[in-house]
Ligand binder design. Structure first.
Ligand SMILES: Cc1cc2nc3c(=O)[nH]c(=O)nc-3n(C[C@H](O)[C@H](O)[C@H](O)COP(=O)(O)OP(=O)(O)OC[C@H]3O[C@@H](n4cnc5c(N)ncnc54)[C@H](O)[C@@H]3O)c2cc1C
Length: 483
């Protein structure tokens, strides 16, 4: 019997579980996918927003500004890269200048530190590559960048290191509440019992709420398409460059990523389908056109990949984080659209305070360890650190991914460290294998060999991303592939 079951292992569920792992509680995460960070937390703009966009007084504003402030310590504890590169919103005309003024006032009311408006020339002094047409800009130094799936993996891993159990492939399809206990049933008939349930199912949080007997919620998907550019474009800007926001979102941005690439996007389009992550020619053309308006010199020939993320929007346009009004021992977290990534640490803290008010006993663990042992990043080490690592384990001396300088040792660690990767994409998200310019053309065969060996399965059974996504169909000739 669990004390708390968290449904959904996106950034919110993972951080809620980590926060709960501070206490003497039996906690689990139930995730329908084969890995953590497979929903909205996998594909987004990766910005830790400063908080000037949100309506003053909203839950969103409170969570965003608090979450932003928590990020330095959290990133340091979890050993994930985080950079306060600052945000800049560009104004191209008089109407935009009025919008910048509104954002400034909101930022001040929300308690965003250091937010100010600068002239077009001052903006270009800070960012020489922004358009000559810019007449003014809002600058917020507390804006930052992070890798969203890395943060989620690290939070889930740290929660697991502190005793939380992760059940992947557990899609909650049925739930009963009897004699003070929730029974959650998965699609394949497995059951987990828990005294309290936290619904952190993102874009599916309304459906999960309905399964739990709560039909008050509705969320809908809003697609956002992106272009990711090679590292040689990563220094085009240092701030995250926005255009003025609209009712559909924060507009197209141009931003460096924490891994040194340049990201352009997202579009903003309401659609019915909650699974449709295909990109479209029109969407990507819009991204290219609008990004070039902000930074005209961006080299669109340097695109290495494109992707789509799905926002989890609600008509109220605010986060809902509350004990269920209809069901006992249940906390609902829904409508976590942008800035949900920025807000996630604060949402987790708030959820734990709600659980306390609901009577969950929070006795601190004497041995809680907030620090996560990271997978070594060979590419970031100096020669002495590299020598030392190779002396400890020779597999760190074998480069598998040439574009991203990833070693065999890092891949092995990704397959065994919490939460362990099970497939090629899981290894990729944890180590960056295959994320470079060649898109895995050179490293995939060697990575497959290592995965097969470490998981003790034939190479033909290694998948790209679980299910039937096998990479190999058989052997062309006898070799030592699965030896
Ligand atoms: C285009 C785009 C850009 C964005 N940019 C930013 C940004 O720059 N900064 C920012 O702060 N925010 C941004 N966001 C918002 C941010 O990405 C989300 O708010 C955040 O990732 C939501 O996390 P989550 O954990 O609530 O949801 P998710 O990551 O979707 O996690 C929910 C999990 O629940 C699982 N699940 C669903 N149903 C079930 C079930 N029945 N049983 C078990 N598990 C289930 C899913 O598989 C999923 O893993 C952006 C979003 C999008 C789409």
């Amino acid at each position: 019997m669990m004390d708390v079951a968290v449904i959904g292992a996106g950034v919110v569920g993972a951080l809620v579980a980590r926060e709960l792992s501070r206490y003497e509680l039996d906690v689990c995460m139930l995730e329908k996918a084969d890995d953590v960070a497979m929903g909205t937390s996998k594909a987004n703009s990766a910005i830790i927003h400063a908080g000037f966009d949100c309506q003053p007084g909203s839950v969103m504003a409170r969570m965003n500004v608090r979450g932003n402030a928590m990020m330095d310590e959290l990133a340091q504890q979890l050993s994930v890269p985080f950079k306060r590169n600052g945000s800049m919103v560009l104004g191209f005309n008089e109407e935009d200048t009025g919008t910048l003024q509104v954002l400034l006032e909101r930022g001040i009311k929300n308690g965003v530190p250091g937010v100010k408006i600068v002239s077009g020339d001052e903006a270009r002094a800070l960012e020489p590559n922004v358009s000559g047409e810019v007449v003014a800009a809002l600058v917020a130094p507390s804006g930052g960048i992070v890798c969203p799936y890395e943060l989620t993996i690290a939070a889930a891993g740290n929660a697991m290191d502190n005793g939380v159990q992760l059940f992947t492939g557990f899609e909650v399809v049925e739930a009963h509440f009897e004699n003070g206990v929730w029974t959650l049933v998965s699609a394949d008939g497995n059951e987990v019992q828990a005294k309290v349930v936290v619904n952190a199912a993102g874009l599916f949080s309304d459906r999960v709420a309905a399964i739990l007997g709560d039909t008050d919620y509705h969320v809908f998907p809003r697609r956002g398409e992106y272009l990711l550019l090679d590292r040689d474009q990563g220094t085009m800007v240092s701030h995250t460059i926005f255009q003025c926001p609209s009712a559909m979102g924060k507009g197209i941005l141009v931003t460096p990523t924490v891994d040194g690439n340049l990201l352009l996007g997202p579009t903003s389009e309401n659609r019915e389908d909650r699974e449709d992550t295909a990109t479209t020619a029109e969407g990507l053309a819009t991204v290219a056109r609008l990004a070039s308006k902000s930074v005209p010199g961006v080299n669109l020939r340097a695109v290495i990949t494109s992707f789509t993320g799905l926002r989890s929007c609600s008509t109220a346009h605010d986060f809902v984080i509350e004990p269920s009004k209809n069901q006992p021992q249940l906390v609902e977290i829904t409508g976590i659209e942008s800035p949900g990534l920025s807000s996630a640490p604060a949402i987790a803290e708030y959820v734990v305070s709600l659980l306390k008010e609901m009577g969950v006993q929070l006795k601190e663990k004497a041995d809680f360890n907030p620090y996560r042992r990271p997978i070594p990043r060979f590419r970031e080490m100096d020669i002495e650190e590299r020598r030392k690592l190779i002396a400890e384990d020779a597999r760190f001396g074998q480069i598998i991914c040439r574009c991203e300088t990833v070693t065999a040792g890092e891949i092995v660690r990704a397959l065994h460290q919490n939460p362990p990767a099970h497939d090629l994409d899981g290894v990729k998200r944890r180590t960056r294998t295959g994320m470079g310019r060649c898109n895995g053309g050179f490293c995939t065969p060697q990575a497959v060999e290592i995965i097969a060996k470490e998981l003790g399965i034939p190479a033909e059974q290694v998948t790209k991303c679980g299910g039937g996504s096998r990479l190999l169909v058989g052997k062309a000739k006898e070799g030592d592939l699965d030896a």
